[in-house]
Design a protein around this ligand. Structure first.
Ligand SMILES: [Zn+2]
Ligand SMILES: [Zn+2]
Length: 161
């Protein structure tokens, strides 16, 4: 009998494609933190199972097989899947909300730069950082216009100093 690949609840649930799952994990899905799966490692040796679980789901053995996910787990997983699907062929500027093609120039900035952009340009970030750099860190996405605007503002700011 099938069991949920996240929490071991018996039964046939929703099949989540291996690629969709690994993207959801890269987007921050953590079943231990969400309370879906008991963190046995944490209980036994005080070290979270999450890192090795994450590595397996992104690059390891579980990254190549589809997942059977029960109704409870899919509810928690859904937002992470949705975000991934949207970012596949387009980016949303985290500053002005514009949606643009992945092939367009895009700037990915960390928290400190994003804060500067808000200070200097009066931008207001929407939601959460929506991109991941190759090292898997969350980055804010800025479209070409917002980036230009920031460069102009930064120049003016430096001149004033
Ligand atoms: Zn489950
Ligand atoms: Zn923008």
């Amino acid at each position: 009998m099938a069991v949920c690949d996240i929490c071991d609840t018996p039964g046939q649930g929703t099949i989540v494609k291996a690629g969709d799952m690994s993207r959801a994990v890269r987007n921050g899905f953590n079943p231990f933190k969400a309370g879906l799966a008991p963190d046995i490692m944490e209980e036994m040796v005080g070290e979270s199972s999450y890192d090795s679980w994450r590595e397996s789901a992104i690059n390891g053995p579980t990254s190549t097989t589809d997942w059977n996910v029960c109704a409870d787990c899919i509810e928690v997983l859904k937002p992470y899947l949705g975000k991934a699907a949207k970012s596949e062929d387009s980016h949303t500027c985290d500053f002005c909300g514009k949606i643009f093609a992945r092939s367009d120039t895009v700037a990915m900035v960390d928290d400190s730069v994003a804060e500067k952009m808000e200070q200097l340009c009066g931008f207001h970030r929407k939601g959460q950082a929506s991109a991941l750099d190759p090292a898997g860190r969350l980055r804010w996405v800025a479209c070409q216009e917002c980036t230009n605007q920031f460069h102009q503002a930064a120049k003016g700011f430096l001149k004033k100093q």
